[in-house]
Design a protein around this ligand. Structure first.
Ligand SMILES: [Zn+2]
Length: 327
């Protein structure tokens, strides 16, 4: 009786052992076989994790498009969400030159390549900024309508156009004369700048501030009649493209142009930013702004931004692309 029980127990244990062994072997075999037949699967440990919607789909799409692990880690580690989402919709792109460039915009990748071919000596980060500023195109082509005209930082240039009916809501007279108006914060800052300048022995006064679309239209077309379109475009903005329509720009005069250049220009360059103003059109940047030097044209952007533009010594166009645009 006891022997029978022992035998039953023995065979029972053998049976359980065989079943467990078979299960373990099958699992092991299946796992190995699966790896052999499907190289593209879930993210492996070599690939960094990133908090982004559809992370796993993004990784497998990149693997499927033959991006290497290093490239995938660069994409996940350095590109913006927007760029990544656009990148996975495109065929394979070689992005190694761009991953460390903060204002890289994948929409422009073909244009960067063409511009680099035409300008082989230009550093790639400068290629990116110039193309983002549309400098691979003719001025006044490829223009965009401005959607944030009331923002103090609004960018108005030969590619960014204000609507013909835009008029600032807080126009305020300058202390000097009610004939000149600017947006309230700009007007208050200009009054302070002018008063401070006088204490430093520097005197200037406004001779043009806010101008409506209609006024700009009259002024520009008067210049076109005198000098023709090409010449007029180098010193006068077409209607809709003038910073004066924002109420954030002011032209100043001293006793004369020469005095503004020789006596006051360096003072204005070193001090106007403390009151939120920059000299918008400088001599070395005519190819970026599309305007000849205008030592008299001040643009209000607020003290923080004006200080940065002054310290970086770049145009507002470049600053806007590098620091105020999200790609
Ligand atoms: Zn001006």
């Amino acid at each position: 009786m006891c022997d029978v029980m022992n035998k039953k127990l023995f065979f029972g244990l053998v049976g359980i052992f065989v079943i467990v062994y078979t299960l373990l072997y099958t699992t092991y075999y299946y796992k190995n076989n699966k790896q052999d037949t499907s190289p593209v699967n879930e993210p492996t440990e070599d690939i960094i994790y990133r908090e982004i919607d559809d992370y796993e789909d993004i990784v497998s799409t990149l693997q499927y498009k033959n991006y290497s692990t290093t490239e995938i880690n660069n994409i996940l580690g350095k590109l913006s969400d927007t760029n990544i989402k656009k990148l996975i919709e495109l065929p394979y792109q070689d992005i190694k030159d761009y991953v460390d460039i903060t204002n890289f915009n994948i929409d422009n990748i073909k244009r960067y390549e063409s511009y680099k071919t035409l300008n082989p000596d230009l550093e790639i980060k400068n290629v990116v900024t110039k193309v983002n500023l549309n400098l691979d195109k003719e001025f006044y082509s490829n223009h965009e309508d401005i959607t944030n005209p009331e923002e103090i930082t609004v960018l108005v240039n030969k590619f960014h156009k204000l609507s013909s009916d835009y008029e600032p809501s807080d126009l305020t007279s300058l202390s000097y004369s009610s004939a000149y108006k600017m947006r309230k914060p700009a007007a208050e800052s200009f009054d302070k700048l002018q008063a401070y300048a006088i204490t430093q022995g520097v005197s200037f006064y406004p001779y043009s501030a806010y101008r409506s679309y209609k006024t700009q239209d009259i002024i520009y077309n008067r210049y076109v009649k005198i000098d023709g379109v090409n010449k007029a475009d180098t010193y006068s903005a077409r209607p809709g493209y003038s910073e004066h329509q924002t109420g954030l720009a002011v032209d100043i005069r001293s006793t004369g142009y020469n005095e503004l250049i020789s006596k006051h220009y360096s003072w204005l360059k070193d001090n106007s930013y403390k009151y939120g103003f920059i000299i918008r059109y400088t001599k070395d940047n005519e190819n970026i702004t599309g305007y000849q030097e205008e030592p008299w044209h001040l643009r209000y952007i607020g003290i923080d931004h004006a200080t940065k533009v002054h310290d970086l010594n770049i145009t507002y166009d470049e600053y806007y692309d590098l620091y105020l645009t999200e790609y």
